[in-house]
Design a protein around this ligand. Structure first.
Ligand SMILES: [Zn+2]
Length: 153
C-alpha cells in the first residue's frame, strides 16, 4: 500500500501522476503467489497540458480470460469503465492507456507486449503503459511509435 500519489517523469520533464487510489488498486493485483493470475485493464484520467494524471482504471472481471502469463481482454466492461468515467466527469476523464501485471519483481515488457502495443494502440496523443511487477512498476509513455520508459520521481 502507498499513502501518496506516485509521480513519474519523462525526459522532457512532463509528469505522469498515479493517484493514491489507482496505485493501491494496481498493487492489489500484484502476482505475489505462484498461483496468482495475470491481470489487465485500461487506465483513465486527465490530460493537463503535457502532464497526465491517472485517476481511475478498469479491473479484471470474471468475463476476462485470465491465466498466469496471458491476459486476453474480451470483456466490454473495460470500454464501459471509460464511458462511465467520461460521463461522470463531464468529459474530463478519458482513456489514457493500458495496464497489466507480470509475475516478476522488476517488470519489463515482453516482445509480445511491444508488438501488441505498436499494433493495437493508435493515438496522436501520448498513451501510458503500466506493468505491475511484484516490487516495482514499469511505466512507459507511448508517443506515436516511440515508447519512453519514465523514471519514478
Ligand atoms: Zn506483459
Amino acid at each position: 500500500m502507498v499513502d501518496k500519489e506516485l509521480v513519474f517523469k519523462a525526459l522532457d520533464e512532463s509528469l505522469v501522476v498515479i493517484s493514491t487510489e489507482v496505485a493501491n488498486i494496481l498493487l492489489s493485483y500484484r502476482q505475489i503467489s505462484d498461483s496468482s493470475l495475470e491481470s489487465a485493464g485500461v487506465l483513465i484520467g486527465e490530460r493537463r497540458g503535457a502532464h497526465i494524471v491517472l485517476k481511475d482504471l478498469s479491473e479484471p472481471s470474471r468475463w476476462d480470460i485470465r491465466s498466469r502469463f496471458m491476459v486476453d481482454r474480451v470483456s466490454l466492461h473495460h470500454q464501459k469503465a471509460v464511458d462511465d468515467a467520461f460521463k461522470k466527469s463531464d468529459g474530463e476523464w478519458q482513456y489514457l492507456g493500458e495496464w497489466h501485471t507480470h509475475p516478476e519483481d522488476v517488470p519489463k515488457p515482453s516482445m509480445m507486449d511491444c508488438t501488441s502495443w505498436h499494433k493495437s494502440l493508435k493515438s496522436e496523443l501520448p498513451l501510458i503503459l503500466i506493468i505491475v511487477g511484484r516490487t516495482h512498476f514499469w511505466v512507459g509513455r507511448k508517443i506515436k511509435d516511440n515508447i519512453e520508459v519514465l523514471k519514478l520521481v
